[in-house]
Unconditional design. Structure first.
Length: 477
């Protein structure tokens, strides 16, 4: 039986506040990177790690966080995640070295992985009808806008230098929000969990973490160590660990267990396409934000507040595009909406490259607006199709696993972006100037988007199903 407890407006506000916290922290540090570099004398690779290690910890722990919520109660795990996120944010704010900051960012990612899975599951269990549709719409809109809000809020906090804390305020601002959530969640958010606990796939989680960690460390340390043998070894371990992960998950599935990444889902064309979409697009998204923020501050000399404001036009166009995307999908289909999004973003990237090339160094917020508006529209259409495509063919009894799988790949890709495009940026910067570095980075992103267009054009089979995805019933506490 399902608990009849419903989520009120106050509870919805608490959950959406909890959603904003970890998602904003993906991007809020971007506009503080220059200030951090001055405080710690940090290298570009260390700056990339500050951004990326959060996303990797988030991705590795996400599926297990969802499993914890199913077994022990979603509100309980949600609150545990908020506690961990608050403590990690405090540690970030008082960090005395770049290594302490990196450890704290990793803990932040783990806390975020406990928070986020509980939100969508609670919305599905406690709401229905129009209220459910409205809440899911808010969830999706906030999820996309959070990345942009982080850039703007981070720029304001660093520029305002409240209390003399400078860049540290981008982490300390989390503390009052966490406190409010901790004080109100018990009253306004119902606790739900699965009727039957599901075993934790610890071996699968460790193998996934090891594989992702090897790849990320190799990409981070490679430029510093000139791709010496330790980096090559880490890269060699990556496919070996993935192969072992596949074996473990296949065996667990054959034994009717609960694998972290069910192999049966990977045989679905729509799931495979969504995974490739996530790797190609979300890595570009986070890498784009990282490279542009660094260019605006270190290359053009904009302060953190000005740099953050440069993304306002992108955020506004993203919000408008997100409202239009549902109608686009209903009228033209998922495939056409995705291709439109890729095309619009490609045009925006071309306009941005032309702006940097022709107007450098006389580039301001208004100069960037035409390009960023186009990019925001394109991104909103692409993001709107991601879960629609990925979950279209997932059977009801695997809906939770399918959602966790796609979310894990999405978050890993967001963490991977600053490494991939950041490596291009850093290598070009060693030999040329900031303009050449950002132009090369945007060109590489354009090539990756062309790959996504080609993948979409030749993947008609992935868009043929129109079956609705159903979230399996759960039992409330």
């Amino acid at each position: 039986m399902m608990n009849t407890s419903t989520l009120g407006r106050a509870g919805l506000l608490v959950l959406l506040s909890g959603q904003l916290l970890p998602l904003i922290d993906f991007s809020i540090v971007n506009v503080a990177l220059d200030a951090m570099a001055q405080t710690f004398n940090a290298s570009p690779i260390q700056l990339e790690l500050i951004v990326a290690i959060y996303g990797i910890a988030f991705a590795v722990c996400l599926a297990m966080g969802g499993r914890f919520g199913d077994n022990f109660g979603r509100r309980r795990v949600f609150l545990a995640g908020v506690w961990l996120f608050a403590l990690a944010s405090l540690l970030c704010g008082i960090a005395g070295s770049v290594w302490v900051l990196l450890v704290a960012r990793m803990l932040q990612g783990a806390g975020a992985a406990l928070i986020v899975p509980q939100i969508l599951a609670t919305l599905h269990v406690t709401l229905s009808g129009q209220r459910h549709a409205r809440a899911i719409g808010l969830y999706g809109g906030i999820g996309g806008l959070a990345f942009i809000i982080g850039q703007v809020l981070g720029g304001f906090l660093v520029g305002a230098d409240i209390g003399g804390y400078g860049w540290r305020s981008v982490f300390l601002i989390n503390l009052p929000v966490c406190l409010i959530i901790l004080l109100t969640a018990h009253r306004f958010v119902p606790n739900t969990r699965n009727e039957r606990p599901v075993a934790i796939d610890l071996q699968g989680t460790l193998l996934l973490g090891g594989a992702v960690g090897c790849m990320m460390l190799a990409l981070a340390l490679g430029p510093i160590l000139h791709w010496s043998w330790p980096c090559i070894l880490l890269l060699a371990l990556f496919p070996l660990l993935l192969h072992r992960l596949r074996q473990v998950e296949l065996k667990l599935e054959m034994q009717h267990g609960a694998p972290l990444l069910p192999p049966s889902l990977l045989r679905l064309p729509s799931v495979r396409f969504a995974i490739s979409l996530a790797v190609l697009f979300f890595s570009c998204w986070s890498g784009f934000m990282f490279a542009v923020a660094l260019t605006l501050q270190s290359g053009l000399g904009l302060n953190s507040f000005q740099s953050g404001n440069a993304f306002i036009a992108l955020g506004a166009s993203y919000f408008i595009g997100a409202q239009l995307s549902t109608r686009m999908v209903e009228r033209f289909g998922k495939r056409a909406t995705l291709l439109w999004g890729c095309g619009i973003q490609m045009v925006g990237l071309a306009v941005l490259m032309a702006t940097f090339y022709r107007s450098w160094p006389a580039i301001g917020i208004l100069t960037l607006a035409p390009a960023t508006i186009l990019i925001g529209f394109g991104q909103s259409f692409i993001v709107s199709t991601f879960y629609r495509i990925g979950l279209a063919d997932v059977p009801a009894h695997h809906a939770g696993s399918g959602s966790a799988m796609l979310s894990t790949v999405q978050q890993a890709s967001l963490g991977l972006g600053p490494m991939l495009l950041g490596s291009v940026f850093s290598q070009v910067l060693l030999r040329h100037d900031y303009r050449a570095a950002i132009l090369a980075t945007l060109a590489v992103e354009g090539v990756i988007m062309l790959l996504l267009i080609a993948r979409t054009a030749f993947s008609r089979r992935s868009f043929q199903s129109h079956r609705a995805t159903i979230i399996p019933p759960v039992c409330g506490e």
